[in-house]
Structure formats: C-alpha cells, structure tokens
Design a protein around this ligand. Structure first.
Ligand SMILES: [Zn+2]
Length: 206
C-alpha cells in the first residue's frame, strides 16, 4: 500500500523533472548563440584530403566543390564547424555550421557563401536561413537531464526509506509509522497490515 504511493510519487516527480528540463532546454541552448561572437579558436584544423573526407557539415544546395579547409571549435554547449572550398588562395564556397545546446545540441544554424554573381551556383536556398530546431536534442535532452536529476534525487530517498524500514522491523515496530507492533495482523496505530514476521496471534482465551 505504502509502496504504491511511493512509486506513484516517484513517477510524478520524474514527469515533473522531465517537463521542467523540456521547458529549459531551448532557452538554455539560445544562451550559447552569444558564444559565437567569442574568439574563433578552432581546436581542429584539417586541410586537403583530410578536409575533403569530412566534407560539408550539412548538405549544400548544389553539388559544391570538395572541401579544402575544415575547422572545428568545440566548447561547452557550442559546436562550430567552418568548411571551405578553395581555389588558388581564395575560398569560393564556404559553410558555417553551428550546433547549440547541452548535453545534445537542440538548435542548429548554418550560413552559406558562394560566388553570388555566378549563375552556375544560383539557388533558391537561402544563404542565411537562421536558427532552427535540432530534433534529437530537443527530444532527448529533457530525458537525459530530467532522468539524471531524478536518479540523483530518488535513489538516495529510496535508500534512506528502505534503511528506515529495516531498522523499524528489527525493533519490531510497524515499518510504515514506527509504532511498536502489538498483537494482531495490523498496526494498532496506523492500521496498515504488518509484515508476517511481526504478526502475533491473540493469546487463546484461558
Ligand atoms: Zn503503523
């Protein structure tokens, strides 16, 4: 009886934590957009074949030339990729791809540059479509954060509860309310059934 209530409460708490995490997810990811203005200090810089192998971080609107320079900067909540096709010394096509959010990206943003005047590369795809939702993070972050918080909160509470119950049983007290077990099948204080070990049959009439 008491166990069911505790389980219901624990599941309600899980639901509340997941919903709170869902409400905070996208606003939290938005915070990291400001970090785009911070210094660009890529931690990975690839050129030539290694860069071509990484390719464009998001499918280009047309079959663009192979990537010649590929850089990445990863900071907390922000993953930024800069990819460029280079001809001679100038980049002809380039793409900035940003993922924002934590632990998984919940927002994405891409910006494209191509030879605007060359009809060969003309496309109806916008070069700067703005920020959009990145669904894996939108859906999974609340489960990861809400579920993680739930484990951190509920496991110690459940452990404390079972330790308290065990110690009450050892003292021959009702595990639910702690009142000393008297004669009978139920606790004389809270009325809940006693576990078999604490049940005593009434003495037979003399
Ligand atoms: Zn009781």
């Amino acid at each position: 009886m008491g166990g069911h209530t505790a389980l219901k409460r624990a599941l309600l708490l899980l639901l509340i934590l997941v919903l709170l995490a869902a409400a905070a997810n996208v606003p939290f990811a938005l915070q990291f957009i400001e970090s785009k203005q911070a210094a660009w200090q890529p931690t990975t810089n690839l050129r030539g074949a290694a860069a071509a192998q990484r390719g464009w971080p998001s499918p280009p609107p047309l079959p663009w030339p192979p990537v010649e320079a590929w850089s990445q900067q990863r900071t907390f909540g922000h993953d930024r990729i800069d990819a460029r096709a280079i001809e001679g010394n100038t980049s002809t096509h380039s793409m900035d791809f940003d993922l924002y959010g934590w632990p998984l990206p919940a927002l994405e943003q891409r910006q494209l540059w191509w030879p605007w005047d060359d009809p060969k590369w003309a496309t109806s795809v916008p070069s700067d479509p703005g920020v959009s939702l990145h669904w894996s993070g939108v859906l999974l972050n609340p489960l990861i954060i809400g579920g993680g918080l739930w484990v951190v909160l509920v496991v110690p509470l459940a452990t404390a509860r079972s330790i308290r119950r065990a110690s009450r049983l050892r003292r021959r007290c009702c595990p639910e309310c702690g009142y000393p077990a008297r004669v009978g099948d139920a606790c004389s204080e809270c009325g809940r059934p006693l576990p078999p070990g604490l049940r005593t049959d009434p003495a037979p009439p003399a």
